[in-house]
Design a protein around this ligand. Structure first.
Ligand code: MSP
Length: 645
C-alpha cells in the first residue's frame, strides 16, 4: 500500500562550501527518497541551508561581503552541488526566506503566549564556533570538545525556553517508542543525557551583540538563537501548521542527521514541538562521521574534501556506491582513495560491469541481439528467481532502517549469483550444440530478465547505471517501480545492445593486487569465473613474483596462420619501438585479418620458444572458459609498449 514519506537532511551552514560529509547525508537521503518513490510512496524530500547566526556573520565579514550576499553565494553552491550530483530534493529551504521567518515568528509568539518562554539572566561558557553555551560537565579540559578552543564567559539577559518542563515527557516518549531515535546507540546517548536534569534553553541573542538573525516578535531588541530558528525549517518548508502540505506530510516526517547534531535534534526539537502543540517526528535517523586518515573531517576544523571534486573524478554513481557501501549506518567510517578504487574495480567494474557486458555479448553473439523466449526452465532458473526475491526482501528490510550498506550487499549477492549462473550454464558451450538451443534460449532469457530487474533494483542507488542498463534493453526513460520486479515481464523479441564498459577499471598506486593472479602454469590470466566455480586451488604468489612478469600493450601489425597448424597464428607485434614475432594458439577463435591493428596484452619477457618451426618471442594473453576464448585487451587506447601491471 502506498505510504507517505517526508524526509529532511540537516540544513547546512553557509560558512563553507559543501564537502564529503554534507554530500554523504544528502546522497543517502536521495537514495532513500528514490527508493520510496520506486515503491510507489508519496514522497517529499527537503534539504536547504542554515544562514543566520554569529558563525555566518563572521564568515561574511571575513569574505568582505554582506551576510545576505555571502549567504546567497554559498547557498547557490550547495544548490548547484546537489543539482550536479543528481539529488532529487523536492524543496530547498533557506532560513533567510520570508516563508521561514513568518513560521519561526508565529511559533515563538505561540510559545511566548503559552508561558513557555520567559525573560531571565544567564551567565555561562559560550563557544562561538558551536554558537551555544556549554555546561562545565560538557567541556573537556575546560575546552569545547568540538573546537578545542576555550569558551568565552558571557553574562547577559535573554529569553529562555522552558525545556526542563518537558524532560519527563521526552524520556517517556523515547522509552515508549524504541526506534524514535535510531540506531540504538544514539537513543541510548540521548537517554543518558536525560538522566541529568535538563536546563532551560537560551533562545535569544541581544541585538547589541548580533544582528544577523530573526527578530523576536515580542522584543525587537533580540534576535532568535540560530538553532531555535534552524530546527523550525522542517516545519516552515511545508507552510504554516494547518496548511494542506503541512497536514499531508508532517505526520510522516523523518529526519536524517549525523551524530554531531544529535542533541539539538534529540532534545531541543522534540521538546519545542511538544510545547508548540505539534506532533513530534516519527524517527530521527543518525549516521556516523566520515574521517580522513584518522582525523575528523569538518569545515570548522579543516581537512575539507570537496564532494564534487571526488565525484567528478570517479563518476557520480561510483561515488554514491562507495559512500553507501563503505559506511555502516550509525558508525564512523574512513575515506581513502585506495579503498574507493579497490571497490570500484572489484564491485563495479568486475562484478556488475562484467555481468552486464557478458550478458549483452552473449545475447548479441548467440541470439542475434534479440531476447529469445525461455523454453526449458529448470532448477538453475528457479535459483535465480529465488535469489531475486531474497535480494528484494532484504533491500526492503534494510531500507526501512536506513541500512544502505546491507541493501547493497544484498543486491551484490544477487549479482554474484548471476555471474555464477553464467559460469555454470556456459552458454558458449550450449551454442555449439544445435540440440541445446532451447536450453540456450532459456539461459539467455533468464540473464536478460535478471538484467532488467537489476535496472530497477539499482535505480535508487546507482541511478545512471540503472538507466543505462534499462537503455541497453530498450527500456530507458519509461516509468517503472518495484512492482515491475515481477519475473517474466521482459518480452521475448526485445532488442539488446552490446554494452560498452559501464565502469572502466582505475589503475591505482595501491599495493593491493587488483587483477586476478596468473594461473600456476603462467599460461593465461584467468578472468572472473574461470576455474572458480569448480573450486580450483590457486597457488598464491607475492607481489614481487607478479612484478617479475613484464606485461605490455602490443599492437598487431601482421597476422597469418602457421603452416600445418589448426591452432596457431604467427603474429608480428610492435612493443614500443621494437617489432617482434610471436606465436599464439588462437587460430580457432580469430581470423588473422581481424587482428591487424588491434592492441593486445603480451608477456614481453618470456624466454623464446619454437613452435611448429616458428620462434615465439613472448605470449599473448587470453581468457578462456570451456571452448570459448577471448583476448585480453585494455579498455582505453594506450600506445604499444605501455606497461600492464
Ligand atoms: N546548520 C546545522 C544543522 C541545522 S539542522 C536544523 C549544521 N550544519 S553543518 O553544515 O555543520 O552540517 C552538519 C551535518 O553535515 C551533519 O549532521 C552531517 O549531516 C553532515 N556532515 C558534516 N560533516 C560530516 C562528516 N565528516 N561526516 C558525516 N557527516 C557530516 O550542523
Amino acid at each position: 500500500m502506498a505510504r507517505t514519506f517526508y524526509l529532511t537532511t540537516p540544513i547546512y551552514y553557509v560558512n563553507a562550501p559543501p564537502h564529503l560529509g554534507h554530500a554523504y547525508t544528502t546522497l543517502i537521503a536521495d537514495a532513500m527518497c528514490r527508493y520510496r518513490r520506486l515503491a510507489g510512496d508519496r514522497v517529499h524530500f527537503l534539504t536547504g541551508t542554515d544562514e543566520h547566526g554569529d558563525k555566518i556573520a563572521q564568515a561574511a565579514a571575513k569574505a568582505g561581503e554582506s551576510p545576505q550576499a555571502y549567504a546567497d553565494r554559498i547557498a547557490g553552491m550547495f544548490r548547484e552541488t546537489w543539482r550536479r550530483l543528481g539529488i532529487t530534493n523536492d524543496d530547498f529551504i533557506r532560513t533567510t526566506e520570508p516563508r521561514h521567518q513568518v513560521v519561526v515568528q508565529a511559533i515563538l509568539q505561540k510559545l511566548h503566549d503559552a508561558g513557555e518562554i520567559y525573560f531571565g539572566e544567564y551567565g555561562g561558557n559560550y563557544c562561538y564556533g558551536c554558537e551555544r553555551f556549554y555546561t562545565g560537565r560538557e567541556l573537556q579540559d575546560g575546552k569545547c570538545p568540538d573546537h578545542q578552543t576555550a569558551p568565552t564567559f558571557i553574562k547577559e539577559q535573554n529569553y529562555f525556553f522552558r525545556m526542563s518542563r518537558h524532560q519527563e515527557w521526552l524520556v517517556k516518549h523515547i522509552e515508549a517508542h524504541p526506534d524514535f531515535i535510531r540506531p540504538e546507540r544514539y537513543r541510548n546517548e540521548v537517554l543518558a543525557f536525560l538522566r541529568e536534569p535538563l536546563e532551560d534553553l537560551c533562545i535569544s541573542r541581544p541585538r547589541s551583540r548580533l544582528q544577523w538573525g530573526i527578530p523576536l516578535p515580542f522584543d525587537p531588541n533580540y534576535v532568535t538563537y540560530v538553532w531555535f530558528d534552524a530546527l523550525i525549517n522542517y516545519v516552515s518548508a511545508l507552510g504554516m501548521p494547518g496548511s494542506e502540505r503541512f497536514e499531508t506530510f508532517w505526520p510522516h516526517v523523518q529526519h536524517l542527521i549525523a551524530k554531531d547534531i544529535l542533541k539539538p535534534h534529540g532534545i531541543y526539537w522534540p521538546t519545542m514541538l511538544k510545547a508548540a502543540g505539534l506532533p513530534v517526528y516519527t524517527h530521527l535517523n543518525v549516521h556516523g562521521y566520515w574521517g580522513l586518515a584518522g582525523g575528523k573531517m569538518s569545515k570548522s576544523i579543516g581537512n575539507v574534501v570537496e564532494a564534487l571534486a571526488l565525484a567528478d573524478k570517479y563518476g557520480h554513481d561510483a561515488f554514491r556506491y562507495f559512500v553507501m557501501r563503505e559506511m555502516t549506518f550509525g558508525l564512523d567510517a574512513n575515506f581513502s582513495e585506495e579503498a574507493f578504487i579497490a571497490r570500484l574495480n572489484a564491485d563495479l567494474a568486475n562484478d556488475l560491469g562484467n555481468l552486464v557486458s557478458r550478458v549483452t555479448t552473449l545475447v548479441v553473439n548467440f541470439a542475434g541481439g534479440v531476447v529469445p523466449a525461455p523454453r526449458a526452465e529448470g532448477s538453475q532458473e528457479a535459483e535465480v528467481k529465488a535469489a531475486l526475491e531474497k535480494a528484494r526482501a532484504e533491500v526492503d528490510a534494510a531500507m526501512e532502517e536506513f541500512a544502505f550498506q546491507r541493501a547493497l550487499i544484498a543486491i551484490w549477492e544477487f549479482i554474484g549469483g548471476l555471474n555464477r549462473y553464467v559460469d555454470a550454464t556456459a552458454p558458449w558451450a550450449l551454442a555449439k550444440d544445435a540440440a541445446k538451443r532451447e536450453r540456450l534460449d532459456t539461459v539467455l532469457y533468464t540473464l536478460a530478465e535478471a538484467l532488467r530487474c537489476l535496472g530497477i533494483l539499482l535505480a535508487a542507488f546507482l541511478p545512471h547505471t540503472a538507466e543505462r542498463i534499462r537503455e541497453i534493453l530498450g527500456l530507458g526513460g519509461g516509468a517503472m517501480g518495484l512492482a515491475d520486479l515481477g519475473w517474466g515481464r521482459l518480452a521475448p523479441g526485445t532488442k539488446v545492445q552490446k554494452a560498452p564498459a559501464l565502469f572502466p577499471r582505475i589503475e591505482s598506486a595501491s599495493p593491493l593486487p587488483l587483477t586476478p593472479p596468473l594461473s600456476p602454469k603462467g599460461e593465461r590470466i584467468k578472468v572472473r569465473g574461470e576455474g572458480q566455480g569448480g573450486g580450483a586451488k590457486m597457488t598464491k604468489i607475492s607481489i614481487e613474483d607478479f612484478s617479475r612478469v613484464d606485461l605490455r600493450v602490443a599492437e598487431v601489425v601482421a597476422a597469418e596462420k602457421v603452416a600445418k597448424s589448426k591452432r596457431l597464428l604467427k603474429l608480428t607485434v610492435k612493443v614500443g619501438s621494437e617489432t617482434r614475432t610471436l606465436v599464439a594458439g588462437i587460430a580457432e577463435h580469430y581470423e588473422p585479418a581481424s587482428l591487424v591493428g588491434r592492441k593486445v596484452v603480451v608477456v614481453a619477457n618470456l624466454e623464446p620458444a619454437t613452435l611448429m618451426g616458428v620462434e615465439s618471442n613472448g605470449m599473448v594473453l587470453a581468457a578462456s572458459e570451456g571452448n570459448d576464448l577471448a583476448l585480453v585487451v585494455v579498455d582505453r587506447d594506450l600506445p604499444a609498449g605501455a606497461k600492464v601491471k
